[in-house]
Design a protein around this ligand. Structure first.
Ligand SMILES: [Zn+2]
Ligand SMILES: [Zn+2]
Length: 257
């Protein structure tokens, strides 16, 4: 059994909660400790019961609450591959890259993602044969990522921007180029391609996350992915559940059992 929900998901802050009923973890803590604690309490999860926090990379929208969390909950294990841990302002436990390791009762694999930082990863988490994959902050879905999606049932994937909104929006040109590059963020159409591939291989839930407030809307992201799935004979709501993770506040519970 795996239970998953996001606590926040946008360019302003990201965090998600995941448990197999035994080990309780967060993936990223890019919102304040207070906000994360509030969301967890609302979900009936005791914040002090969180065993570990997996970090994808050092950008503020993924680590904002870490220092305070570690002070308030000193027993928590903050885990990341070496290069990411070195860039953090907290005590961090080094974890392997690209190979599975045991985090309590969860099997976790950190896989490299192309992003504008020294190093960044997505996470594949398995328990009892159920698989959740979380990947945000990637300029493209490189071929090397697909093996980590094998057997995924729930995929949280970035749908950061609508290409036209970015192109004609008010961001300065260098920033636009950075976001749109292969080491920037994932566009709605690129997200849709990956979502289609995952759903075609059996993923039952696709959650779109890390939307840009400036260059995207939940509706644009949803409709772009919905259109590609439908065009390829997959009916959202029947063959695959498709949702947009809320920017602020927790999502619904997603339970794989
Ligand atoms: Zn980032
Ligand atoms: Zn981010």
């Amino acid at each position: 059994m795996l239970q998953y929900c996001t606590l926040a998901s946008s360019s302003s802050g990201n965090s998600a909660y995941l448990t197999d009923g035994e080990t309780k973890i967060l993936i990223d803590l890019g919102i304040s400790t207070r906000a994360a604690e509030r969301e967890l309490c609302d979900l009936g999860v005791e914040p002090d019961s969180i065993d570990a926090i997996l970090i994808t990379h050092e950008h503020g929208d993924h680590v904002r609450g870490l220092v305070t969390w570690q002070k308030k909950h000193p027993h928590v294990r903050i885990c990341a591959p070496k290069e990411i841990g070195e860039a953090l302002a907290v005590e961090c436990e080094e974890i392997p890259q690209c190979e599975p390791f045991l985090l309590g009762s969860l099997i976790v694999t950190a896989f490299s993602t192309p992003h504008d930082t020294e190093f960044s990863v997505g996470y594949r988490v398995e328990a009892g044969g159920r698989v959740v994959v979380s990947m945000t902050d990637l300029g493209c879905v490189a071929d090397g990522i697909y093996p980590y999606l094998d057997g995924v049932e729930l995929l949280l994937i970035e749908a950061n921007y609508d290409p036209d909104r970015l192109r004609y929006g008010k961001y300065p040109e260098p920033l636009k180029r950075r976001i749109a590059s292969d080491h920037g963020h994932l566009s709605n159409p690129d997200c849709a391609e990956c979502a289609l591939r995952a759903a075609s291989c059996g993923a039952k839930t696709i959650l779109l996350g890390h939307l840009s407030r400036e260059n995207n809307t939940p509706r644009l992201a949803y409709e772009t992915v919905h259109a590609l799935l439908t065009k390829n004979g997959l009916i959202p709501g029947v063959d695959v559940m498709l949702s947009v993770a809320p920017r602020e506040g927790h999502s619904d519970w997603y339970t794989l059992e």
